[in-house]
Design a protein around this ligand. Structure first.
Ligand code: UDX
Length: 447
């Protein structure tokens, strides 16, 4: 099927490439000429494993095109995905829908009918109705349908999440739209991936409810981790012990410095605002937002405690800046609040991240960026693991100890076995495990 994808950000690009991969004729459109020029030379503007090769292969096969010309992209297209950004509005935390509405108007102006317009961006419940009004008002003559089809892509695993989805949620209001959506996702249905047809508002809300539920798991496990530290319990064991109950599930129970990224912080806040507007406040989610905010900044106090609360003038080595590994994305990364907290206490920050340092410069000031983990820890008073990049799992700790001014290691991702680090001579602290437990307990097997 000939399909246009409007917006070549993270979601638009991954969706466009994957839909081309399963055999559709895809034209991706963006206003940013420089971005389109780069993509037309197979240069992908984001870091996502496997994406660049897929862009090159599908362009070479003639299934994938990039352009700034919306009219050309819509010519003979049966469907158009809207995949533009819905950032948090700074004033009040509501989702900023101006890009969605602008895209809807532009599509309406250029469309040839009939056209199914599919919203892939994360939008508050009811947005599809507003998009329908915009299109109807702009082009009263056009035959069109508005569909909601949220994405559930994790950065760093976006291609596998698209190609092998847990579920595909489709919010439709007409038989024609359902038929077109069934055709788009036929290659996935053929492989047995579940496709859930619901109404449009249900689909829109499902996306927010899913992300907020996952955020809830994280906020909960992080608070339990705090309790573990003072009562002598081990969060790894607790997570395993509760996660083996299939009603709870093992995933998303790793304690850490708080969640970040482009989705959870923005989506939890937007859901809170929507619920308040409908006078059905989701108090649980309001609480999660504040628990997570508190947690990120609290990590800088935890680091200070490991330095006996005398951090002024000390050099702290931060290993990992991005909100999670395998991405260069710094949006809402816990490292930002942690580093700012430490800087407010008068520390000097040296940092290393395998992919995120260029983007980090947009969010953080007065940092010395280093070429490697080893260079970063040179004469540091403490080293802190903030993001669990694979290369940090096998660091040469004996050498690190000799390089540091003081062998203090704060591991906010529970990467290491405390006993071995103690043996090397480190003063080691992780999250959700009291010092004695780390040193004396049996490691929790991941099998
Ligand atoms: C998330 C959702 O997973 C995805 O379905 C949705 O479409 C977009 O938002 P993403 O933001 O890429 O994806 O990141 P994810 O892997 O979900 O991690 C989010 C945050 O939670 C990260 O900061 C991560 O470090 C943290 N996290 C995750 C934990 O602290 N512990 C865990 O056990 C899992």
């Amino acid at each position: 099927m000939k399909i246009a994808v409007i917006g070549v950000g993270y979601v638009g690009l991954v969706s466009g490439v994957c839909l081309a991969e399963v055999g559709h004729e895809i034209t991706c459109v963006d206003l940013d000429q420089a971005k389109i020029d780069k993509l037309n030379q197979n240069h992908v503007p984001i870091y996502e494993r496997g994406l660049e090769d897929m862009v090159a292969a599908n362009r070479a096969a003639g299934h994938l095109h990039f352009t700034t010309d919306l009219a050309a992209a819509l010519k003979d297209a049966e469907a158009a995905f809207i995949a533009v950004g819905t950032p948090s509005r700074e004033s009040d935390g509501h989702a900023d829908l101006s890009y969605i509405y602008a895209a809807a108007k532009n599509i309406a102006e250029q469309a040839t009918d009939p056209l199914v317009i599919i919203n892939k961006s994360t939008v508050p419940v009811g947005t599809g109705d507003e998009v329908e009004n915009i299109v109807k008002t702009t082009r009263p003559d056009l035959q069109f349908d508005i569909v909601s089809n949220p994405e559930f892509l994790r950065e760093g695993a976006a291609i596998e999440d698209f190609m092998a989805p847990d579920r595909i949620v489709i919010g439709v209001e007409t038989d024609h739209a359902r038929k077109v959506m069934a055709e788009i996702y036929a290659p996935f249905a053929a492989q047995g991936y579940p496709i859930l047809y619901v109404n449009r508002r249900t689909s829109e809300l499902t996306k927010y409810a899913a992300n907020s539920f996952l955020a809830l798991k994280l906020a909960y496990i992080n608070e339990v981790a705090e309790l573990c530290e003072v009562v002598g319990a081990d969060i790894k064991g607790v997570s395993k012990g509760i996660g083996l109950d299939p009603r709870i599930g093992e995933k998303f129970l790793n304690a850490g410095p708080g969640y970040g990224g482009s989705c959870f912080p923005k989506d939890t806040l937007a859901l809170v605002r929507t619920a308040q507007d409908h006078e059905r406040p989701l108090r649980l989610i309001e609480m999660i937002v504040s628990i997570n905010e508190y947690r990120k900044r609290a990590m800088s106090r935890k680091i200070a405690q490991m330095c006996e609360n005398e951090v002024k003038g000390k050099k702290i080595a931060i290993l990992g800046l991005t909100f999670k590994p395998n991405t260069d994305d710094m949006r809402e990364a816990p490292s930002i609040a942690i580093i700012q907290g430490l800087q407010d206490m008068g520390t000097t920050i040296h940092a290393y991240d395998p992919e995120g340092m260029e983007n980090a410069k947009r969010y953080l000031n007065n940092i010395t960026y280093c070429d490697s983990a080893l260079a970063c820890v040179d004469s540091a008073d403490a080293a802190v693991i903030v993001t669990e990049w694979d290369e940090f799992r096998t660091l040469p700790f004996a050498e690190i100890k000799t390089r540091m001014r003081k062998p203090v290691l704060v591991d906010l991702r529970n990467l290491y076995d405390g006993q071995s680090l103690k043996a090397v001579g480190f003063d080691y602290q992780c999250v959700g495990r009291p010092q004695e437990t780390v040193i004396n307990s049996m490691p929790v097997s991941d099998d």
